[in-house]
Design a protein around this ligand. Structure first.
Ligand SMILES: [Zn+2]
Length: 290
């Protein structure tokens, strides 16, 4: 049996986690914190972080790209990025800890918000202005700002592979390895095509495919391959809908050709070699607009 690493949570996973977390943290007052592994706090330093956050109440939650934002009652922002293996849960104080717990927020209602992270890449930020952390992110792919015209303008003359450009959070926020591969397959675009070489038709298909695959994954509450869990421990459902991601050698669900794996910009990339070609082609018969 092969154990793959779970890829970083992407937009649908982060949104699903935040939706479950929000009712458990909203309007709660943080009376203290316990940094079990202090480097999880990116900024400010742990001493200032603790002074600042004690007594603060979480008044609003939101997501931007792969970041979770917690607006505090002094108008500052607590920001969390789960990275590879970060998990959150809210439990009673008496609940035993787990080996990879890294940070604990103690609420005045007797419960604790615990951040667990085996690989230790997850980070917490406490800032006066959220743009200090998320200011450079591109638009949300499901927003009206993410259009064919926007993408066309961003990709003009870009020679990098479209797969890498989709992972660039400054072009579009929240997309990672899973949904980039799935969207490129649905739009029938080869992942190595230079971003600037995509035709208007292809860009139109790609924007539609990204929105469609992300919306579908949100409905399924994300993709669980290994570590990703919703805060109640349950798994997502989109792994059952993956058409190419980590299906190397399996028949393409559309044409039957074996799915191929290549490495693009250091990232595993999966595609159908018959339908996703290096030459632009318009209106592939198998593309269904959803
Ligand atoms: Zn195919």
């Amino acid at each position: 049996m092969i154990f793959y690493n779970q890829p970083m949570p992407e937009l649908p996973e982060v949104q699903t986690i935040l939706d479950a977390l929000t009712p458990l943290v909203l309007r709660q007052t943080i009376i203290d914190v316990t940094p079990l592994w202090p480097p999880v706090v990116d900024r400010p330093d742990n001493v200032l972080f603790r002074q600042w956050i004690r007594g603060r109440q979480i008044i609003e939650t939101s997501r931007r790209g792969k970041y979770m934002l917690f607006h505090l009652d002094d108008d500052s922002w607590l920001v969390l990025h789960l990275r590879m293996t970060g998990k959150v849960r809210v439990v009673a104080r008496e609940e035993p800890g787990r080996p990879h717990d890294r940070f604990i927020f103690h609420f005045d209602n007797g419960r604790e918000w615990r951040f667990e992270d085996q690989r230790k890449f997850g980070r917490l930020y406490l800032v006066e202005d959220a743009s200090e952390v998320i200011g450079k992110l591109g638009p949300e792919p499901l927003s009206d700002a993410f259009t064919f015209a926007y993408l066309a303008q961003k990709l003009t003359r870009r020679t990098a592979p479209i797969k890498s450009l989709l992972l660039n959070q400054e072009i579009v926020a929240g997309i990672g390895n899973i949904y980039a591969d799935e969207a490129l397959f649905r739009a029938r675009i080869h992942p190595l095509r230079a971003g600037g070489s995509l035709t208007h038709e292809e860009l139109d298909r790609l924007v539609a495919a990204l929105k469609s695959v992300l919306n579908q994954a949100l409905l399924e509450m994300g993709t669980t391959l290994r570590d990703y869990r919703r805060p109640d421990g349950s798994v997502g459902g989109f792994q059952n809908r993956l058409q190419v991601f980590r299906r190397t050698g399996e028949p393409c669900p559309s044409c039957g050709a074996p799915i191929q794996r290549i490495v693009v910009g250091g990232r595993s990339t999966h595609f159908c070699p018959r339908e996703q070609q290096m030459m632009a082609h318009s209106n592939p018969p198998s593309f269904e607009r959803i």
